[in-house]
Design a protein around this ligand. Structure first.
Ligand code: ZN
Length: 309
């Protein structure tokens, strides 16, 4: 038992940094597409989080919100690591409202590879991607405004998240490097920001997590679409549905049926495009599906360190 306690304490010394009155906790190893969770225990000030590398690339997040649960009381910050970031060392800066640095740390982003896929498009789908259309542009502006906002509410429980279709087949993954092959022989590159789940037409689609509907409507490229705010600034995005059954403002729980599977908008067959956005950045859902939206394994490591003392 003693050696276990020592191991836990050494482990925590490696991944935590203590400053002033607060304790700051975060993991230090990530891949592109992951979400960095930073916990500040027992504090209610507001902060800004920045990650900077030596090339000047950076990610910033003002998604700090209070969390008050049995296992953790304090503030949480989440920062999404875009799939196009360079791998390497990043400096983590925790700044106060005035821009002063309260704490610094280091995070390592490991190189990971993404699948490549070629997607042939027929004439109608080619036109959707290539014909200039100001409506498509304004729809894109509108949805990115939603992704960039955050309702700063307090969170009273840790949130688990599940795939919105449990018996589907995943046909495309987060971060896939795509080449759209147009009907006229030309092509263009794109990055796939979500997970595509294929299932029979009409299959029920669940919310996957508790949250509030912030968008429900028909869009030209993404068809019948729903966006749910799962946590302040953290969004679940559902595209290409046949129908949707929720409206803006609705509160949903994990198994609320929000729509049915279809192929509306630019789609080559019936599937759901499900995407997670953290502070506007599309992220890989894999570790969130395992550890929850607020990294439960990190919180439990704090709990066990206090138990060990
Ligand atoms: Zn997709």
């Amino acid at each position: 038992m003693k050696s276990l306690s020592i191991t836990i304490i050494i482990f925590l010394m490696l991944l935590t940094e203590v400053f002033a009155d607060q304790e700051v906790y975060y993991n230090s190893n990530f891949e592109r597409g992951d979400v960095v969770t930073v916990l500040i225990q027992g504090d209610d000030k507001s902060y800004i989080l920045e990650l900077v590398n030596s090339y000047g690339q950076y990610e910033t997040s003002n998604i700090f919100f209070p969390v008050d649960t049995i296992n953790f009381k304090g503030q949480v910050a989440l920062i999404g690591l875009d799939s196009t970031l360079k791998a390497g060392k990043y400096t983590l800066l925790i700044k106060n409202d005035d821009g002063g640095i309260e704490s610094t740390g280091e995070i390592l982003i490991h190189e990971n590879t993404f699948k490549k896929e070629n997607i042939p498009l027929d004439h109608a789908n080619t036109s959707l991607r290539t014909d200039p259309n100001p409506e498509i542009v304004s729809e894109a502006v509108q949805i990115h405004q939603i992704y960039g906002t955050s309702s700063f509410s307090s969170v009273s429980r840790l949130k688990s998240i599940s795939l919105p279709i449990l018996n589907g087949i995943i046909t495309s993954w987060y971060g896939d490097r795509r080449l759209f092959l147009y009907s006229d022989g030309s092509s263009s590159a794109a990055i796939h920001n979500g997970t595509d789940i294929a299932a029979p037409f009409g299959t029920k689609i669940n919310a996957g997590c508790t949250g509030q509907v912030v968008f429900a409507g028909k869009r030209i490229i993404t068809g019948n679409s729903v966006v749910i705010e799962y946590l302040p600034g953290v969004y679940g995005v559902f595209f290409h549905m046949n129908e949707f059954f929720v409206s803006k403002g609705d509160i949903v729980v994990e198994d609320t049926v929000i729509g049915s599977l279809g192929s509306s908008g630019l789609a080559t067959g019936p599937h759901l495009h499900w995407e997670l956005r953290v502070g506007g950045v599309p992220v890989n859902p894999d570790s969130l599906l395992k550890n929850g939206l607020i990294d439960n394994s990190l919180i439990m490591s704090i709990v066990s360190s206090h138990t060990a003392e």
